[in-house]
Design a protein around this ligand. Structure first.
Ligand code: MN
Length: 269
């Protein structure tokens, strides 16, 4: 069982815990090592099982997601997304993907993303973890058009846009969650040095990101912070505190995941 009070030291704001074979062990690791972990999901159907897995572990929060790369097969789960939304303060992974493999259904992705944003905007008090591969300007336009509710905060996960796009995103109130692979990418360095400290978060995007030859884990966040600190010419412990303060400001008043026994599924899935 987990410790009763959880004191976060580190932040993994985008991790697919349910895609690891040893997910329960990762949840225990997050709790023991003080890593506040946002477990994003890729389909609304996965939400309930994720909540169940994380119940009793205060380090883990569950995002309700509908991944843009899965919209082709899973757009039919949009009504389930809307029904479950009131049970989560966290939304993700959602967004748009205009890379060649997924471009064919880009209009469907846009329709789904707009509905996700409108539903969040209506309920308020949501933090969104957003995918924007080759689609950052469309994502920013959608945020401008459909997410005016200031109690909702977009977090751009694995941002790969330009400085001027980042400036627009900052004006819209976006945060940026930075992972180890972004830090390895030399052409990202000027942007990673330039991003304002008060908008920085860290993530693993595990198991998709590799750390050495194995899938990254939330327990690799301290090393990720160290790499980012070196790049930004600051101290690791200093940056860790900055990220933690950002996380706390962002999630203030937001409870961790609902206990599994309070989760109401409105329809059989
Ligand atoms: Mn992801």
């Amino acid at each position: 069982m987990s410790t009763v009070s959880f004191i976060p030291k580190w932040v993994d704001f985008h991790c697919h815990l349910d895609l690891y074979p040893d997910h329960q062990r990762l949840i225990r690791e997050s709790d023991m090592e003080g890593i506040a972990t946002l477990a994003v999901t890729t389909t609304p159907k996965a939400f309930a099982r994720n909540v169940e897995m994380a119940t009793g572990y205060p380090s883990v929060r569950i995002g309700l997601g509908l991944h843009p790369q899965l919209v082709a097969e899973r757009a039919g789960e949009l009504p389930l997304f809307e029904k479950l939304l009131s049970q989560s303060s966290y939304v993700g992974e959602v967004g748009l993907d205009a890379s060649p493999r997924f471009y064919a259904n880009f209009p469907d992705q846009q329709r789904v993303f707009e509905r996700v944003l409108c539903a969040c905007n209506e309920q308020g008090d949501k933090i969104l973890s957003i995918h924007s591969v080759r689609a950052i300007s469309t994502v920013l336009r959608a945020l401008e058009a459909h997410l005016s509710n200031r109690t909702c905060v977009p977090v751009l996960h694995w941002f790969t846009g330009t400085k001027s796009e980042a400036t627009r995103a900052i004006e819209l109130g976006c945060y940026f969650s930075i992972n180890a692979e972004m830090i390895q990418e030399k052409k990202m360095h000027p942007l990673l040095r330039w991003l304002p400290p008060d908008r920085l978060l860290t993530e693993t995007d595990g198991p998709f990101v590799k750390f050495g030859y194995r899938p990254i884990r939330p327990s690799d966040i301290p090393a990720t912070v160290e790499l980012l600190a070196r790049l930004r010419a600051t101290g690791g412990s200093e940056l860790a505190l900055v990220v933690l303060a950002n996380f706390q400001a962002l999630t203030l008043g937001k409870p961790p995941s609902p206990p599994a026994n309070q989760l109401h599924l409105f329809e059989a899935v």
